[in-house]
Design a protein around this ligand. Structure first.
Ligand code: DAT
Length: 178
């Protein structure tokens, strides 16, 4: 049996550029419990949790075993937001909520252009968003009750999404306390 957490582990996922980090940062500020935001991309670079780097795609080939070992203590204890563009790697026993952020693909294209991504990387991500790749992955990896899909077009969405997650955390904690 998994240990009982007193604060949840939340996976914040979605195609690059949908707003995961922006949501996670605001959630850390707004939540009534302490939450640690773990940006997996940054962690992978910081702790050398990769096997190689692809110049063409400007992306790291992650060493998944090393990454999971690194995350285990925090993620199993709870009180963390795991922010990454993929989610199926995280074991179900860690995860209390999966938030899949979505964004209109033309808006996403602009956000990724602003990051100076190579064109093929913008195209690949744009297509992935249209095809709902991350949403499908979340739905096939976790119980459907814990997967929520939220739009992330602008600041109104951001604020209402974060408020909704804050309320979800309170309800989750009440449930756990029973
Ligand atoms: P991700 O972490 O999913 O790669 P991000 O949080 O870095 O994405 O956001 C990419 C850019 O888009 C950044 O400039 C903030 C902006 N953005 C994303 N979602 C937004 C939202 N709901 N409201 C306003 N800006 C948003």
């Amino acid at each position: 049996m998994s240990p009982k957490r007193t604060t949840p582990t939340i996976v914040m996922t979605g195609t690059p550029g949908v707003g995961k980090s922006t949501h996670a940062q605001l959630l850390v500020q707004e939540a009534s419990v302490p939450l640690k935001h773990i940006n997996i991309g940054d962690l992978v670079k910081e702790k050398n949790l990769y096997e190689s780097y692809d110049e063409d795609w400007q992306s790291y080939e992650v060493d998944e075993d090393k990454l999971l070992d690194e995350l285990e203590p925090d993620a199993s204890a709870g009180g963390v937001i795991l922010d990454w563009h993929t989610c199926e790697i995280f074991p179900q026993r860690w995860v209390d909520l999966v938030v899949v952020l979505r964004c209109d693909h033309t808006r996403l294209w602009e956000r990724l252009e602003a990051r100076n991504y190579p064109l093929k990387k913008i195209q690949e991500n744009n297509e992935a968003e249209i095809m709902e790749v991350v949403l499908d992955e979340a739905r096939s990896s976790y119980a459907k009750e814990i997967v929520i899909e939220l739009q992330s077009e602008g600041t109104q969405d951001l604020e209402s999404n974060v408020a909704r997650i804050v309320e979800w955390i309170k309800a989750w904690q009440e449930d756990q306390a029973q």
